[in-house]
Design a protein around this ligand. Structure first.
Ligand code: ZN
Length: 197
């Protein structure tokens, strides 16, 4: 049952596709937007417009930014020689919020999952191997899921014999847990206590 006209209905349906928002919360959010048209709806619409034309995926690391290379890749102070490999941009942002230091990142954009037909060519493993030689240490900060660990093993095999130290996150990451949901203290502790593979 549509209420509020087709434009409002469409907005609700689009918002309902966002993670964490079902149709019910989307409807509430839209109602709130309509009530706060000047303070919220118009600025939100303008911000969305701006973001649509500004947003870029970094050609080097896969981060999302408004410039490519992204501000992290372009930052010359990130010279620790450590490259942190993550599944998703959300994990990169979580690590940055945790303040893990002058590191660089590589976003895989997924994990290996033979059952879903996701192989090495479907995620950013080739570009990772290509840039790996610029680093002393590769930290595999993938989720502690079966697919995450399969991906970690695959990358470790590809880097075997390269002389690059390969480590992974240790304590504090719950089995089956997703990095994005960890608090920042747990995340930075997990990075400090990483172990060599
Ligand atoms: Zn980048």
């Amino acid at each position: 049952m549509a209420t509020g006209g087709p434009e409002i209905e469409q907005l609700i349906q689009l918002l309902a596709r966002l993670p964490g928002l079902g149709p019910r919360s989307a409807r509430r959010a839209v109602l709130h937007l309509v009530k706060k048209k000047d303070q919220l709806m118009i600025p939100l619409s303008a911000a969305l417009d701006k973001a649509v034309s500004a947003v870029r995926t970094c050609e080097i690391c896969g981060n999302i930014d408004t410039v490519s290379p992204c501000s992290i890749c372009a930052d010359p102070r990130r010279d620790s020689g450590m490259l942190i490999v993550v599944e998703d941009v959300a994990d990169l942002w979580a690590l940055e919020r945790a303040g893990v230091g002058p590191v660089r990142y590589h976003v895989l954009g997924g994990v290996l999952s033979p059952l879903d037909g996701i192989g090495p060519d479907d995620i950013a493993i080739g570009t990772l191997i290509n840039r790996a030689n610029d680093f002393r240490e590769i930290v595999l900060a993938v989720n502690a899921t079966v697919e995450g660990q399969t991906t970690a093993h695959f990358i470790t095999d590809r880097l075997a014999g390269s002389g690059i130290k390969v480590t992974r996150l240790a304590h504090g990451v719950p089995v089956g847990g997703e990095l994005d949901y960890l608090d920042e203290g747990t995340l930075s502790q997990a990075l400090r206590a990483r172990t060599e593979i």
